[in-house]
Design a protein around this ligand. Structure first.
Ligand SMILES: [Zn+2]
Length: 236
């Protein structure tokens, strides 16, 4: 049994900045794709998606990826003990290196950081699975474009109903900035490679607007009170 000496700091990967995405898309539109920036953005998004999936695994299966082992390029999973009367806040203890954290500290570490999987898990998973296999800059750009234009879908009412852009988990900024920003990226480029994502984005936005009236009303203060799926946006 290991005991935590002090609450450990768990560092979660940051969201990608709008400025980096803007520069990346501008270079793509100019036909001079910045490949270093492409890799930087791709890896940031990869780590972000992986963190989202890890937190989901911790919540649903009680398995926590050990951050200390991860820093040393090892994959190790610590199992959360069940709460008991003697230990209502159980320890999570890495069997490989002895790193440990209380479950409550672990939960606190990701609160209000936009790391909840919500209804976009399949997109985060698809990116984590496919991105490392992308060899050409074009494939990487397509994977990034598809990911940042994906949506959360309803977990409660209609599973085909788009509820909010997945970019809130991936791109810095607040929910109300995300759609105008993605529009700017989407229409700033007339690259034929990204045409499919643009079409899908337009269709989903149309559907979303029909369902939730207008973007302006959605971005308004009262949105979360009328849409049950909007509870995922509490973190914003
Ligand atoms: Zn470890």
């Amino acid at each position: 049994m290991c005991e935590p000496i002090a609450p450990p700091t768990i560092q979660w990967p940051p969201r990608v900045t709008k400025e980096r995405l803007r520069r990346l898309y501008a270079s793509e539109a100019a036909g001079l794709l910045d490949e270093d920036l492409l890799d930087e953005v791709g890896i940031t998004l990869y780590l972000r998606c992986q963190a989202i999936l890890d937190i989901e695994r911790a919540q649903s299966k009680g398995l926590v990826r050990c951050p200390q082992c991860q820093r040393q390029q090892r994959e190790s999973w610590a199992r959360r003990e069940r709460p008991s009367r003697e230990r209502p806040d159980p320890l999570v203890c890495c069997p490989t290196c002895g790193w440990s954290v209380s479950w409550s500290d672990y939960q606190r570490s990701y609160r209000r950081r936009q790391l909840n999987m919500g209804g976009a898990g399949s997109y985060f998973e698809a990116f984590v699975e496919s991105y490392p296999g992308c060899r050409s800059p074009r494939d990487k750009m397509l994977a990034i474009d598809r990911l940042i234009h994906s949506f959360h879908y309803s977990l409660r009412s209609d599973p085909t109903l788009p509820t909010r852009p997945a970019a809130v988990n991936l791109v810095e900024g607040r929910l109300r900035d995300i759609v105008p920003f993605l529009d700017e990226l989407t229409y700033g480029s007339d690259s034929p490679h990204l045409a499919e994502t643009r079409r899908a984005w337009e269709e989903t936005m149309d559907r979303w607007a029909r369902q939730f009236a207008t973007w302006e009303s959605l971005a308004g203060r009262n949105w979360g009170q009328t849409n049950p799926d909007a509870t995922h946006c509490k973190e914003d």
